[in-house]
Design a protein around this ligand. Sequence first.
Ligand code: GLA
Length: 633
Amino acid sequence: MKTSAMIAAVAALLCGAATAAKPVDPLAPTARWSAYTAGRGQLPPMGWNSWNVFASDIDEAKIMGSAQRIVSSGLAQKGYRYVNLDDGWALKRRQPDGRLIVRTDRFPSARSGANDSNFKPFTDRLHAMGLKAGIYSDLGRNTCAEAFGTVDADLPQGNVLEREVGLYGHIDQDIALYFGEWGFDYIKVDGCGIRDYAPTSPRVTSGKFRAVGPFIDSGQVSRSDIPAVKAMFQQINNALVRDNPDGDYLLSLCVWGAADVRNWGKDYGSVSRTSDDISPAWGRMLVNYDSAVTRALYAHPGSWNDPDMLHIGQSDFDAGHLKEARTHFALWAMINAPLLIGTDLRKTPQSLLDIFGNSDIIALNQDSAGNQATIAYDTSDVQILVKTLASGEKAVAIFNRGSGGYDVDLTAAHLKYRDDAPVTLTDLWSKQRKSFTGQIKLHVDPRETLIFRTRGTRTLADGLYLSEQPGRVNPAVDGVIHPQADPTIFRTAAGWTGTKGAGDRPIYAGWGGARADSAPYGQVLQIAGKPFPSGIGILANSRLEVRNDRAARLTTMVGVDDSASDKGHAVTFAIYGDGRLLAKSAPLKWGMAAQPLSANVGGVKLVELVARSAGADNAQLPVSWGDAALLLR
Ligand code: GLA
């Protein structure tokens, strides 16, 4: 090599070294709460959506009829505010300017001259009724109904380009139209357009649709392009911020638990679907519930798990099945799911309105602390869920999933109450009160859910375990590197394909995610033989963010969880306060006793708990933050 060329090569190398970005350490403290808080999702949204009852056969009379009943029945007063259009409102994307046109034959108030439309009178009407308006779109060029709908008259019309009513390539234009011009307050963004229009799919090869992606494969998380899906939601968020200077918007992610969204949805929208569509079948309700119930740490004010809309009013949850309907409602309330009614309210009997209108149960869902219920007792047939409320009281639900009655022992310990002091229970359906000390036997019929508001004397007198306040704990990095399907989600023949195909196989990634009062794979939390009824279970190489306002101290017992199969690698546990290192453990391996760790966090806004292990396979190295608690003194 000539000297000049050598000099150039060395200079290029040096230059490259100087400009190469330092790899970002995801475990480095940031002093920043990273879960989504934009928009108006501080509480789980409540309202009504057209899909479950009407599919894409919607019109103005149907929507307004339900909206009027929401008001006249008093449900609006109780918090049901959003009236959301789902798939089926769009006629076409006008060419060549790409403006979306409403199906004005179905929505006459949106008529606005030839080849134009305007939804503003429609949203104005809802607003004048004290309600809010929601609209629907898709990440791709086409929607789910265009992929699966069977009634042509309900689908977008025109040529290939005109039928492209989804956001793909039009994010800025459409968001500006929906929010800036038409005055909507909520958008649900579906994902079929980036899943079901592969170049080889019959839809595309028929020439009726253009190909996109696919970026999502619902059955195989490994075949989904997760960064691409996140980037689309980021772009939508940027547009929402731009077109809603007052911040009055709500983004609902609808990629059905695919693309590992149960892990990251909390960073991109106010609500995020954790599973495929609910149907009015008991088994399908269980799937949807199971897809969210273990994910309490992934839900916070501003970023809720969405197991899909309520299906109360139809089939297994109709007025002939009030017990099942009450269970569905109680479970959704306990896990802070959106309470979106999915039935034709014009025809809904009072018995079902009374379920939607149970103010005591609504109050659990809308509690300002935003703690999704956690599982205190878990079996295949009976579960006990406990939810810590802002008042310090707790709600408890005893859920019988099975087909036989059970006499359930509810103990003070399930509630983290002392067993030598009285506990009072108020039944939120009958309003009857009971009290007990230590434990009480309660009969639960098949498919019944008992639901109570409780008072007792806390075992931890001077603070709260982190697992009692999942709304304040965010697994910013949960250590899951290779997303795996969660095998614990109930599998049912009552799915969308009926009993065709290979059955309902595990598909919802999230296995090994962070858990409250549980090891990541479901075992009890335990370090060197010592169980911890309270604590956070998470994989190694993880970072938890914990919001603090009043606590003076964080205390915990740390170690490698007994469920780890890696007995060789050591883990170091560190506590940070607003980015500063406050405490650090010795390197701890499997089988070593739990080490106490504590830090003064007075005045600290954000605590971060980091568990590091160089070179380990995180999936084999669950760790425990045993008894982790924020204490007032
Ligand atoms: C998907 C969604 C449903 C509904 C339909 C509309 O299936 O998951 O909630 O929005 O699309 O086509």
